[in-house]
Design a protein around this ligand. Structure first.
Ligand SMILES: [Zn+2]
Length: 306
């Protein structure tokens, strides 16, 4: 579920309230991947439904095996600007709710990925208000997930793939709005409407687009195996915890006590890496290789004895 019609179907035009998105890919190869997807389900005798707006999503029967929801030509609309009518686009929380209804029927469980992608999109334009507003929408979706799942059997992980460079500097008075907080300025923000959705906040370096930030991001987790997040972790560690908790991939057969190479070894390495990530993070890959050559990480990489 999401946007991307113009990437999946070739040569699509403007739709009402949803023009072709100039910030997204545009397919011109003549293929219709939505139709291909439907034909694949037909051929395999699976139940499926393709939906494009709120009313169609509402009507989806949770017993359906496959659902493809394409709600926008390019990116989804920011939540504040979204058409919330039956012909409009769902919120992240709406999609999370329906997704969980559909997945919950699987007795073997599921992995469900929900991305609040517009937080990033807003940050790239330096639009603080949109970024904050989309963070609230993301939070609403997490709330739905917390309410609709059993904490005894569902691991919920909330994190991000990177930070952004938005920081609030200066000494604001206690009651000031976060978006008008600035005692450091070049232009005079008091003559601008800094609460406007289209306002780009002041930046130290002026470019046409705001870059990602380099700071660490948070990992929140709740449910079984949540305790495996407990310190600074390399980002790939998140995927291993998911595999371990869901018993898939390298941990398909239970992990720890079954397959000694992919199970015990991997977890042992993860635990060791945990203790050392603060070291590794400050070296480039090249430097790590050099350090490995000198045997500095022998306990983490036992195959690289000096
Ligand atoms: Zn980005």
């Amino acid at each position: 579920m999401g946007g991307g019609r113009q990437c999946l179907q070739s040569g699509v035009g403007d739709l009402q309230g949803d023009p072709v998105d100039t910030w997204a890919c545009y397919s011109k190869d003549g293929r219709d991947l939505v139709k291909d997807w439907e034909q694949d389900k037909k051929r395999r005798n699976k139940s499926y439904v393709t939906v494009k707006n709120n009313e169609e999503l509402d009507k989806v029967d949770p017993s359906t095996e496959f659902v493809l929801g394409i709600f926008a030509n390019g990116h989804m609309s920011m939540d504040y600007a979204r058409d919330k009518s039956p012909k409009g686009m769902p919120s992240l929380a709406n999609m999370t709710q329906k997704g969980l209804d559909i997945l919950a029927k699987n007795p073997r469980g599921y992995i469900f990925v929900v991305e609040g992608g517009l937080i990033d999109y807003a940050h790239h334009r330096g639009h603080a208000r949109k970024a904050l507003d989309e963070t609230v929408s993301f939070s609403d979706a997490i709330q739905v997930a917390l309410e609709k799942t059993d904490p005894q059997e569902t691991l919920i992980i909330v994190t991000s793939d990177h930070s952004h460079s938005l920081v609030f500097s200066g000494y604001a008075s206690r009651d000031s709005n976060i978006l008008v907080n600035s005692t450091v300025s070049r232009d005079d923000p008091s003559v601008n409407n800094t609460r406007d959705f289209e306002y780009s906040q002041q930046a130290v370096v002026l470019t046409d687009e705001v870059t990602h930030g380099g700071s660490d991001v948070l990992v929140y987790a709740k449910g079984p195996m949540a305790h495996l997040f407990h310190t600074v972790h390399e980002q790939t560690y998140v995927a291993y915890v998911i595999s371990y908790a869901a018993k898939i991939g390298p941990f398909k057969n239970g992990g720890l006590d079954t397959n000694p190479t992919t199970g015990t070894m991997l977890i042992k390495q993860l635990v060791k890496c945990n203790k050392r990530t603060f070291l590794v993070r400050y070296y480039s890959n090249r430097n790590i290789l050099k350090l490995k050559e000198r045997g500095m990480f022998q306990d983490i990489f036992p195959d690289t004895a000096a």
